[in-house]
Write a protein that binds this ligand. Structure first.
Ligand code: 5AD
Ligand code: SF4
Length: 484
């Protein structure tokens, strides 16, 4: 059995693989060191990330490896020596954007043949995409997938050594490469991936095909990572997984997500713990109690409903009915008063009738979500829903999307208006993008609050009086004795 087969089957020892990649990092660093000596500056990299927070977290891992290899981050894309696109394929829109931007790089590569262009992420797990890129975007140098992100140093070394295009996409992996470097941008909040993959196969969703089956990291390695983040000054962690509620099931040793929360809650320097995403079918009472009882776990639950009609939910393979979802929300709110609930909703799933859509609006009115990510159904090749003949016409999807948005925006605003004149505690994240004197933080319920402040407050929990509300954010004034 060769090394690749062993790795794919998870037989290779993880530490051995990490050590192997570290050797390649050293090799590339040597090459880069020569460049630096000759030119008096480091080679620059630029990573463009599409899609979800898991992808953002993967990009932080790539950035960590690149720093180890002697690269520095470029301020603007076109001055860099290495450009990476970390792609998403959950909806068609994300894919088209990648192709557009890739096409745009051709001219840059013509002007600078030494430029290295790499593409990775979920899109690359689809063989037809890889074929298309190989054929139509010949200026791409490296193609790799989600399962072998950790082999990036090796692939980069091969390109630097041979000048030839390298394509290496694994279709699965049995291991999780721990202990690779990671470079996070934000100094207050950090993402921590707790599990990879998804076993649910919702009929519209491509994720299980491109991210593989559920694999949980060990509790020990997550606790160590969060402890280290606390020591580095981070105040908030967001635990990531496609379905964090089933965290630990594959470890078969009694580990559960609730248990993980109780353990992380003990870590002193960390003030807040968030997580996403929760599948309604797996949300246990044990987890509800953990959210209630752990003082650092934020009172916010992202609980994608996807649709309101029980018929559509069944066809989506979501494994709950409209009533079960509403009951679950009741149970959560009874146990954790004041908790914010947000959601994801798809309109225009194949076969969705006006009546089905009204069920979605009904759920939105009944639950009164704090906010919702709303999507028009997008056909994903390879998923069961894409094969259905009863696709909903674009104009109908659009019309429903707009009606849904109007209802949800009204509700979000109404919920925010209840906060007018009250005081809330926020963790200060940093200055706002538009004004350096305005700072941004979030309430435990994940509401964005802008206020006039200063850098010294970053990473602190302060009290703010809310004096203006919008649909997506609040404005407030710092209280005199604001700092906790
Ligand atoms: N079309 C539209 N939205 C989708 N999502 C996932 N797959 C599709 C699709 N094919 C949405 C779901 C999911 C979110 C991350 O993206 O609402 O929760
Ligand atoms: Fe996709 Fe469903 Fe898994 Fe979420 S739970 S990643 S929607 S298959």
């Amino acid at each position: 059995m060769n090394r690749d087969t062993q790795l794919r089957k998870g037989i290779y020892v993880e530490a051995e693989e990490t050590a192997r990649q570290r050797q390649f990092m050293n090799e590339v660093r040597e090459i880069n060191h020569q460049y630096e000596t000759e030119h008096g500056k480091k080679k620059l990299y630029y990573i463009q990330t599409y899609g979800c927070q898991m992808n953002e977290n993967d990009s932080e891992r790539l950035a960590g490896m690149l720093t180890e290899m002697g690269f520095a981050e470029a301020r603007v894309r076109d001055e860099s020596h290495l450009i990476i696109f970390n792609t998403c394929c959950v909806r068609e829109h994300a894919e088209s954007k990648v192709y557009g931007h890739l096409g745009g790089l051709k001219k840059l590569k013509d002007e600078n043949p030494d430029l290295i262009i790499a593409v990775c992420g979920c899109m690359m797990q689809q063989p037809e995409v890889v074929e298309h890129i190989k054929k139509s975007y010949r200026h791409v140098d490296i193609i790799f997938g989600t399962h072998n992100l950790h082999t990036f140093p090796e692939l980069l070394y091969r390109v630097l050594a041979t000048g030839k295009t390298v394509v290496d996409v694994w279709d699965s992996t049995g291991m999780i490469a721990e202990d690779l470097p990671i470079e996070r941008k934000d100094g207050v909040k950090a993402w921590v991936t707790v599990m990879y993959g998804c076993n649910n196969f919702c009929s519209y969703c491509i994720v299980p095909y491109v991210r593989g089956r559920e694999r949980s990291r060990s509790m020990e390695s997550i606790i160590n990572e969060v402890r280290m983040l606390g020591q580095q000054g981070y105040k908030e962690v967001t635990l990531l997984g496609q379905n964090v509620n089933s965290y630990g099931k594959d470890l078969n040793d009694g580990t559960s997500f609730a248990k993980l929360l109780y353990e992380l809650n003990k870590i002193e320097q960390i003030e807040r713990i968030r997580f996403t995403t929760s599948h309604p079918k797996d949300l246990s009472d044990e987890l509800i109690y953990a959210i209630r009882d752990c003082n650092k776990v934020c009172k916010h639950l992202h609980l994608p409903v996807q649709a309101g009609s029980t018929k559509v939910l069944k066809e989506m393979n979501r494994k709950y009915t409209k009533e079960q979802y509403l009951d679950l929300v009741d149970r959560i709110r009874k146990n954790i008063p004041g908790i914010a609930i947000t959601t994801d909703i798809i309109v225009g799933f194949p076969g969705e009738t006006e009546e089905d859509f009204l069920d979605t609006l009904d759920v939105v009115e009944k639950v009164r979500f704090d906010s919702a990510f709303t999507f028009m159904y997008s056909k994903r090749t390879g998923t069961p829903a894409a094969k259905r003949p009863d696709q909903v016409p674009e104009e109908v999807k659009k019309e429903r999307f707009e009606r849904l948005l109007e209802v949800q925006n009204r509700i979000s605003r109404e919920i925010n208006e209840l906060l007018l004149g009250t005081t809330v505690e926020i963790l200060v994240e940093g200055p706002s993008k538009n004004d350096i004197n305005t700072f941004t933080g979030r309430t435990t319920t994940n509401k964005i609050v802008n206020f006039k402040g200063n850098r010294e407050l970053m990473g602190k929990i302060v009290t703010v009086r809310i004096d203006k509300v919008q649909t997506f954010s609040l404005e407030g004034t710092l209280e005199e004795t604001a700092e906790k």
